[in-house]
Write a protein that binds this ligand. Structure first.
Ligand code: GLY
Length: 580
């Protein structure tokens, strides 16, 4: 069953979280920078993070399945072949365009906190927030998963193919095995240094008997996941939320290292929530995405609405003025991330200002941007319909262990879904052949700062704030672009920059995704992707302090121009697009 969200109880304010600010570790670096030409077609298109998952989706589309049908196959296959990033042990947000009703819907399958969770959940015996990795690793970070229920809901609403027929081929693939990819090998090696070997099921599956990562090219069979999927084929999400597997999940969470408090009742009562998509106007387009508990659409929307006050087209790569455009992007990002930190959280639990995308508010905020000189860190603004500044900003970092799927089917339906188990390999707790999330670390670990509560603090049944930004850009009432990315809180910056590259700079889709990233999440320094040293010098000349770093997006996108479909995958990871 889906619950329809009531209109968010808008109005209010928080405080930015305490000095937990620390540089977000990226457990996964850019794997490769292979050039990946775009793929074109006229009938259907799918793009995701692994060729086997994309092939599974393509087979469904070729057989007359809808985007919702293909999504089931792609997500379950990703759970098998890209297990570190997403799956039925995690949560997801879906934007879906139903061509028959011409309606855009967003479904919230985000994990939620157990009913017994309290705001002091992440405080240690000394009353201080526990360290990041101490929180991540083990059952305590596991939120109630939502991805399988979301897939079932999408299939119930928009699927045409038999559910079991979508799931069984993936169960067979799990039984047959698949070749470990180079990226998975590298991810396992990275996670081995972070506790993966401390969890018996994960150790047996991902590591050799001598405790090292299984090697790329090795065939990895997952009979436990095959059995789980056979049960999912027969019982849909009930296979996970009720019955023996639910019991195994609760037992593992409560007994393995760093135990949690998840109960059978938490699993049984989980509901997917339909929410109104959040859309921001941008140069004649409507850029639509996922509202709270994700900060994705509001923050991407703010960045774009701030940039609309500048002639971004003048700053395209090759114009000789690109650094000026990147400066404006960074200044817009600072302001949007400042508002994100103070105001954004699960709007079922906290009253958020209703005017975060108010045009007059955005105009006022844009007036503070100096075209030719970097300002310092931005302070949050005063959006309309704000009751009082009662909150503290949340500055907890979050880590990128996430994946993005885009699908356009032969009927004109479109899906853009970002899906996650939070950091790479999630909590490391593995049950039924899949990993459980560590999404509860997406809450602020500190419940308050300066005597004021933090909007994104833990509360019973609340969904942690996300940065996931599954996006569908509408033009003349129809989708023209599907896009999204993993990347923790940098997701927002990756998506916003790509939208500027596509909509303002008219870049070909694959080139837009490959463009070097520049990111400022309202920090002292602007991050510039390795290899883009000329941009870094240009930004320094405009007053930015710059850090050159690896910026590992995993963008997937489909562009729709009349009958022509163009699919593209980020060169930084192993994803592909396929279509016809
Ligand atoms: N765990 C990543 C996100 O939800 O933003």
């Amino acid at each position: 069953m889906t619950r329809l969200a009531l209109a968010p109880a808008f109005a209010l304010a928080f405080t930015l979280a305490p000095a937990l600010a620390q540089e977000a570790v990226q457990p996964e670096k850019t794997f490769a920078l292979d050039p990946k030409p775009a793929v074109t077609g006229t009938t259907y298109m799918v793009a995701a993070a692994h060729p086997l998952a994309v092939e599974a989706g393509e087979a469904v589309l070729a057989g007359g399945g809808t985007a919702a049908d293909a999504l089931v196959a792609v997500q379950l296959a990703l759970n098998l072949v890209e297990p570190q990033s997403s799956g039925i042990g995690g949560g997801a947000f879906l934007l879906y365009w139903d061509a028959a009703t011409r309606r855009l819907t967003s479904l919230d399958g985000r994990e939620k906190a157990p009913a017994a969770a309290t705001p002091d959940y992440w405080l240690g015996e000394d009353g201080k927030p526990v360290g990041w990795w101490d929180a991540v690793i083990g059952g305590r970070s596991v939120g109630v998963p939502g991805t399988l229920k979301l897939l079932e809901e999408a299939h119930d609403r928009w699927g045409r193919r038999n559910w079991a027929g979508l799931v069984r081929p993936i169960a067979e693939m799990a039984g047959r095995g698949f070749g470990i990819s180079p990226r998975l090998e590298a991810s396992i090696a990275g996670a081995t240094a972070r506790g993966l070997g401390d969890f018996p099921a994960a150790r047996a599956y991902f590591l050799t008997p001598d405790g090292t990562a299984r090697k790329a090219g090795t065939t990895l069979r997952n009979p436990a996941f095959a059995a789980t999927l056979r049960s999912v084929a027969a019982r849909k999400s009930a296979a996970l939320h009720h019955g023996p597997l639910a019991g195994e999940i609760v037992a593992a969470v409560r007994t393995e290292k760093n135990p949690g408090i998840l109960t059978l009742a938490d699993l049984a009562s989980y509901e997917v929530i339909e929410r109104a998509p959040v859309c921001a106007p941008y140069r004649g387009y409507e850029v639509c995405g996922m509202g709270p508990p994700s900060s994705g659409a509001l923050t991407v929307g703010q960045i774009l609405m701030l940039l609309e006050h500048f002639d971004m087209a003048a700053y395209a790569p090759g114009s000789g003025r690109e650094a000026e455009g990147r400066h404006l992007l960074a200044e817009a990002m600072k302001r949007a991330y400042a508002d994100r930190g103070l105001y954004m959280a699960d709007s079922d639990f906290v009253r958020m200002p209703g005017g975060l995308l108010d045009p007059a508010y955005m105009t006022l905020r844009a007036q503070g941007i100096d075209r030719s000189s970097a300002g310092g860190k931005a302070t949050p603004g005063n959006p309309p319909w704000r009751e009082a500044a009662l909150w503290s900003p949340d500055t907890d970092p979050d880590r990128p262990g996430t994946s993005h799927i885009v699908v356009r089917d032969a009927y004109g339906n479109a899906a853009s879904m970002t899906t996650t188990i939070e950091t790479g390999f999630g909590s490391r707790v593995m049950v039924g052949g899949f990993l459980l999330n560590n999404e509860l670390t997406d809450f602020s670990r500190a419940p308050e700062a300066d005597g004021r509560p933090i909007a994104n603090r833990v509360q019973a049944g609340k969904r942690p704030r996300s940065s996931m930004a599954p996006t569908i850009v509408m033009k003349d009432g129809k989708p023209m672009l599907l896009i999204g990315s993993p990347g923790g809180s940098r997701i927002i910056a990756y998506v916003a920059q790509s939208l500027v590259a596509i909509l303002d700079w008219n870049m070909p889709l694959a080139d837009a995704l490959a463009l070097p990233h520049t990111v400022n999440r309202n920090g002292e320094k602007t991050d510039v992707e390795e290899g883009a040293e000329a941009l870094a010098a240009g930004l320094e000349a405009l007053g930015h302090e710059v850090t050159i770093r690896n910026l590992n997006s995993g963008l997937h996108a489909i562009r729709i121009d009349g009958r022509t479909l163009t699919g593209a995958a980020d060169p930084r990871r192993e994803g592909v697009a396929m279509g016809r």
